[in-house]
Design a protein around this ligand. Structure first.
Ligand code: CMC
Length: 392
């Protein structure tokens, strides 16, 4: 009905109205429910932001305490569920483990799948936020062939995630508060980014009234693509190569500008931000703080700083409005914390969880929602007669 036009990549198609996240790419502005990202990164926490995104307002004191308490109460995984993770080969990518585990959750919590019962949706929200770090930490340990270490209440969501990831079996482990703060900030910065590929996936799956877990699991699979969640890995590979070639940032940048073999400066440029990504500025500060606290002078950070310095004063990048994006410095922090490169995208997924949930909830409550069903323009053969196989 009406004229249908093709819009590859949905560059000019708004799929919904939303009250959650605002981005002004020209000014480098990012707001969650109206609050500037830099204020939230400085004063708030990942779980408070998760409440803000999923419920629309910052929680009152008692609401926040109750929210954190409920989430921490559900961080444990059922023994059979652990067996499911343990059944993966150790070389399985942790994103495959994470998406499979999230798909499996409704099998263990069948009472939490009704998309239209508010109490059920709230339970599924809490369960997903509670279990995601435990699953991610288990996936990380599984990949290293280590025993899984269960959650411990009272340490705090982020500190316990670090402990579950890194505590040597049967040994005490003190979580470094600088690391915990940095991880909290990084997850918060990833918490939502309006209608990106994985979030649009969550919405389209949910538009068929699939449950929250099924929708989020689809989002995790979308995030696994290197054009989306995988860019932080690519930055680290690039910095490793530059370092191995002698650390000459200028020579590398010349290759980028001459478009030699399609070399791009990974972690730079963005479809929406045509100014400094406000998240990148905060991540840069955290990278500096973490590396200083660890007393590690990472040569790769120096290379990254040199690349940025060149880019910010070079006509090639200025003309094309290419600035660092959120991925430019995140990998360096995750690496300094001790996470292997394969864990970078699962960390992004743990951070994006509140956004996926909030967008799914908003869609379910929106009376304008219809099943996602784009049109197409058919370019195949016109009608022709079938011929039996022996006559072809
Ligand atoms: N290095 C060198 N040149 C670049 C880069 C870069 N990183 N990004 C864009 N350009 C050039 C590009 O070659 C083109 O030049 P010309 O006009 O001479 O042909 C111009 O800038 C416009 O680029 P585009 O590819 O049309 O821009 P886009 O909006 O389609 O692409 C992007 C956006 C993020 C895919 C791209 O900037 C890129 O490939 N960046 C590197 C990968 C990266 O860091 N991705 C993470 C994105 S943020 C996280 C997320 O959303 O998941």
């Amino acid at each position: 009905t009406g004229t249908v036009t093709v819009d590859p990549g949905f560059m000019n198609t708004a799929s919904c109205e939303s009250t959650i996240t605002y981005i002004d790419g020209n000014q480098g502005v990012l707001l969650y429910r109206g609050y500037p990202i830099d204020q939230l990164a400085e004063h708030s926490s990942f779980l408070e932001v998760a409440y803000l995104l999923t419920h629309g307002e910052l929680p009152q004191h008692q609401q926040l305490a109750g929210w954190i308490e409920r989430i921490e109460r559900h961080t444990h995984l059922h023994d059979n569920f652990k067996a499911l993770i343990g059944a993966f080969p150790t070389n399985a990518h942790p994103m495959a483990v994470l998406s499979s585990a999230v798909s499996a959750l409704p099998g263990y919590y069948p009472e939490s799948v009704d998309p239209f019962d508010p109490a059920t949706v709230e339970l599924a929200t809490v369960l997903l936020l509670a279990k995601a770090p435990t699953i991610a930490a288990y996936a990380h340990r599984r990949a290293l062939g280590q025993n899984m270490i269960g959650p411990e209440r009272g340490l705090g969501y982020i500190a316990d995630f670090l402990r579950m990831s890194f505590q040597p079996t049967a040994q005490h482990y003190d979580v470094d508060p600088v690391m915990a703060k940095a991880l909290d900030v990084l997850l918060l910065l990833h918490a939502d980014h309006e209608q990106n590929c994985s979030t649009s996936t969550v919405r389209i799956v949910g538009s068929a009234h699939a449950n929250l877990y099924a929708s989020v699991s689809a989002g995790i699979n979308a995030l696994s693509g290197p054009l989306h969640g995988g860019a932080n890995e690519a930055v680290l590979r690039m910095l490793t190569e530059i370092q191995a070639d002698g650390g000459d940032a200028t020579a590398f940048m010349n290759k980028v500008k001459n478009k030699e073999a399609g070399v791009r400066l990974m972690g730079f440029g963005h479809r929406v931000y045509k100014n400094y990504d406000p998240r990148a500025a905060i991540v840069k500060q955290q990278a500096d703080r973490v590396l200083r606290a660890l007393g590690k002078r990472d040569e790769m950070l120096d290379i990254a700083l040199r690349l940025e310095e060149i880019a910010l004063h070079d006509d090639y990048f200025i003309e094309r409005k290419l600035y660092p994006n959120v991925d430019f410095y995140t990998g360096l922090i995750y690496k300094a914390m001790g996470f292997p490169t394969r864990m970078f995208t699962p960390l992004f997924a743990v951070g994006r969880m509140p956004g996926w949930i909030a967008q799914w909830r908003e869609m379910m409550l929106d009376p304008a929602t219809k099943i996602g069903r784009p049109r197409q323009i058919y370019t195949g053969p016109t009608t022709r007669d079938y011929t039996p196989v022996h006559e072809r």
